[in-house]
Design a binder for this molecule. Structure first.
Ligand code: RTP
Ligand code: MG
Length: 141
């Protein structure tokens, strides 16, 4: 088992629904610790840079528009196998395909407005954490 850090975002739809606390509670109950967090309104440039890997995909424009449609909570989760643990808690990208009891099954409305983001690999976690947080902003235990 490895102690990992992963980048999590509570997306504009979930912030608008006022379920930040309920989502955080799932991370905490699963043993993940929040070691950095901030609420921000993403600029178009910041959102485009974050999702740069999807630049050529047909849904890119809608994705950036959605991610800039309201404030988001950006945070670093730490724990044993945090990257995969967070993905398991999130559920499938399309909430219609997400397992019962996952965050997306319970709080997401559509594949676009799907409540949360989570890094999908060690390499993306490293890139994404440093995209939003400096070392000084991460509070190690
Ligand atoms: P995320 O990056 O937000 O955690 O989501 P993910 O890994 O589960 O999915 P990914 O393939 O990275 O896609 C990023 C976001 O783009 C939107 N999407 N739309 N219409 C579509 O076919 C489609 N595919 C992806 C979703 O909002 C997804 O979260
Ligand atoms: Mg992804």
């Amino acid at each position: 088992m490895a102690l990992e850090r992963t980048l999590s975002i509570i997306k504009p739809d979930a912030v608008a629904k006022n379920v930040i606390g309920e989502i955080e509670s799932r991370f905490e109950k699963a043993g993940l610790r929040i070691v950095a967090m901030k609420m921000v309104q993403l600029s178009q440039e910041k959102a485009e840079g974050f999702y740069a890997e999807h630049k050529e995909r047909p849904f890119f424009k809608d994705l950036v528009e959605f991610m800039t449609s309201g404030p988001v909570v950006v945070q670093v989760l730490e724990g044993e196998n945090a990257i995969l643990a967070n993905r398991d808690l999130m559920g499938a990208t399309n909430p219609k395909e997400a397992d019962a009891g996952t965050i997306r099954a319970d709080f997401a409305d559509s594949i676009d407005a799907n409540a949360v983001h989570g890094s999908d690999s060690a390499a993306s976690a490293e890139r994404e954490v440093s995209y939003f947080f400096s070392d000084e902003e991460i509070c190690a235990r």
